[in-house]
Design a protein around this ligand. Sequence first.
Ligand code: C5P
Length: 312
Amino acid sequence: MTREVRTRAPGKVNLHLAVGPRQDDGYHELVTVFQAVNLYETVVARARTDSTYTLTVETSPTIAVSPEAIPQDETNLAWRAARLVADEAGITDGIDLHILKRIPVAGGMAGGSADAAASLVACAQAWDVGASRSTLMGWARQLGADVPFALHGATAMGVGRGDDLSPVMTHGEFHWVFATQHDGLSTPAVYAQFDHEVDTGQRLARSPQPDEAVMKALMAGDAHALGAALANDLEGPALTLAPHLRATMDVAREADALGVVVSGSGPTVAALARSRQHALAIAAHLTASDTADAVLTASGPATGAVVMAGDA
Ligand code: C5P
């Protein structure tokens, strides 16, 4: 009997993202605090008896993206995750993968990384390779800097490339609004703009440091303090490449968001709300302003990649 395994992994927002100078390998040293939010990618994997790989993609209407916009071949990170599991575990059978996307695409919320994390867990289970959590973490790191966090979930500090994680203590729930854009930003392009600003003296290249205010706010469950502390070194470069995002950020501020920040390398704008009700009010303002292509509400912290029981 072929086994079907259904997994999910969350999207993220960076509450704090400090970027250091570019290193010889092209990556930047980071100190970041990630929070997983309850927008999940679902991956369904079914082991095959031949060596074929297939991938189909479905997108939630909430993200207003057509499935055709997503690569459905070996370049998709979920497919690469499946290949990696097979290579590492000596599996020659193929697999059928299906992805349901609910995280904005190319938005700075690590949707592709969530696909990879969910695919790792699904394939390991479907092929019954018996990989431990730490083995999965090692594989995740090979797939991309944000993949380990999608596996980990909750709230965590990432150092190095952002993939060396330690858990961060939090209290309570935080309510978010995400305003997304059809035209995504390429992460390498945003880092290249950051480098340009360093090279031309517009920005100091500093060794990235943790922010105690973010840690204290999380520990206290103080959304007001967290809102004031939100900071992202990639926000300036992202706004240079996509200046229209300023209007989106202004609308969220006018709706009394506790803090507004570009998520990761953008272009998704994240606004922190006082409550679920307030998040809905900010979302209504953003929708009415017509400065975003889709507006989503979510809360964090959310759990990392897991196998789901039944048809959940
Ligand atoms: O690891 P991942 O493929 O997700 O990274 C995408 C791109 O983001 C890298 O090619 C690199 O340009 C940039 N990046 C970086 N420093 C990091 C993480 C990502 O420069 N710590």
